[in-house]
Structures are given as structure tokens and as C-alpha cells.
Design a protein around this ligand. Sequence first.
Ligand SMILES: [Zn+2]
Length: 67
Amino acid sequence: MTPSTPRIVLCPTCGKRVKWSARNEFRPFCSERCKLIDLGAWAAEEHRIPGSEIDDDLLSGELDDER
Ligand SMILES: [Zn+2]
């Protein structure tokens, strides 16, 4: 048997830690707001020249260890 450890993912929009659970309908985002922001960013990407910038700071955000 495997222990039921909640899987933690980082919200692609704000970098917050999010529990990956079936109850979180916005996963991998932390909230509906972040999901909409990301969708908006996607739409904006289409009007930009691709490959001009790489965002690598999504995973380097601070990880607050809240329980
Ligand atoms: Zn978020």
C-alpha cells in the first residue's frame, strides 16, 4: 500500500504550492484566477514573436511551507 501523500505542484502563474487533488478543479493552478491569467497569457503569446524570451523564474519562487 502506498501512503496517501498529497502531491504538490507549483502554480504555473504565481509559483505557489498547490495540492494536486481531485477536489482542486483548477489544478495545476492554485485558483481560478491564476488559471484565467495563464489562459490570457497564452492568448497574448500568439501575438508575440516566439523564442524571444524564456521565463525560467517560475520554479525559483519562494516556497512557503504552510501546513
Ligand atoms: Zn496561482
